[in-house]
Design a protein around this ligand. Sequence first.
Ligand code: SF4
Length: 528
Amino acid sequence: VSQLHRIERFAAMTTTGDRADLADVPEDAPVWAHATSTRDNCLGQECPDYRDCFVMRARRNALAADLVVVNHHLFFADVVLRDEGIAELLPACNTLVFDEAHQLPETARMFFGESVSTTQLTELARDARLELRAAGGASPELDRVATRLDKAARDLRLALGEPGARLAWTQALRLPDFPGALEKLQTCLKELERPLAEQAERSEGLASCARRAGGAVAVLARMGESEGQAEVRWVEVYGHAAQLHVTPLSSAELFRRQMMDHPRAWIFTSATLAVGEDFKHFTRELGVPEAETRRWASPFDFAHQALLYVPKGLPLDPNDPAFTQAVIEAALPVLEASGGRAFLLFTTLRALRRAHELLRSRIGFPLLVQGTGSRSELLSRFRTLGNAVLLGSQSFWEGVDVRGEALSVVVIDKLPFAPPDDPVLAARIESIRAQGGNPFTELQLPQAVLQLKQGAGRLIRDETDRGILMLCDPRLVARPYGRRILRSLPPMKLTRRLADVEGFFRDYQSGSQIRHQGALLRRPSGVR
Ligand code: SF4
């Protein structure tokens, strides 16, 4: 309740309604669900607060602006709403620039697919109850129906077991409690859909609930249909929720159609669109094989600013149970030489946890571990401490910017090949194979190269940054495709000798002392 009061006070004072400005209430606090609207339950023009609504005000401002900056998700939300003829979130424009465009194909696949989550269904049960009461259409029986839907959605989540899993639909159906829970959920949803549809005319809120129930019934029905060649059905399991998806295997056709239907300048930029000089992977994924492509060299002098270290003696098979231990043993002398100031990035959470166990009693530097605070908190502590070692996985591979001496080493345990048993990747691999293609060279390798470039890109963020990129996967030098990967990385000198790493930091220290002396000598003349 106290958090709700804080939100109420904040809403009266803020000019933007941006949740990030209310640090007192954590981003993931459940109370936000009671104070925010979603695409599902926003009442739009029927809303009594429409004129003062922060979202609508931001939209009005966007419509009047010459330049609008949004994230990829908002762009696709606008595309979907326009296609459905429901609304326009963003103004028409004649030039679109997508930064970090390497993420577009995957985001597009998610938006062009269909999904329903157990959270959407529990919220539907809650909103239906409230709207029925408000419109005078409630009855004890309808209350019970909504309660049954709420329980059925929660039971479906429980039937899926541990969080963090991504299951193919056929895998989920083999779980002992899942088919029964799914059937129950469908029955409850239909029981609620009928009275909502009958009472939809009583209020805009009830009409919206009826639409949501109808949409969820349709997605669940699609999950039960036999799978087409062009899509995959799968389930994502979170801590307290699960999401059922029907995802297209390729967004190329759909994205291409968007571009054809909206002739304007479409510009895609990112540091990781090309594998070497080759943009084919990206242009194929986005359905624009004829796009004009161009690559500009990095402004950084990688040959002098960085050194690539591939240590010797690690197991050739990165699935070897001793692999993470070997990574840590190889990384320890590097951390000693650098005085901490390192990111250790892992391809799996299991490896991250193992590395934490192995490292915590063996280094004297502050150790920060993903999951022990929010990403921005950990990064801020990392920058302030100046000699910390941060262990991270997925969420630290991209979009993290630590300039200067606080980050001088990036260690990457393995080549980041996506797990082939991931349901979406497995279906895409199968589809390429069925068309006579080679999924490894067409999909898995380019994806891993681009991901590796993102991870490696954390190291040099400025003309004055210097550092070591340590890649521990021996396949880089032992496998033929390793050479292709190495050629795609920025042009750093490659070494396999620890002595070169130690020498790099010795030079670095004397170089930085000279720089500091220079600064001291220059300062008095500047004062004069
Ligand atoms: S229009 Fe109303 S329901 Fe929709 S976001 Fe604004 S305040 Fe919320």
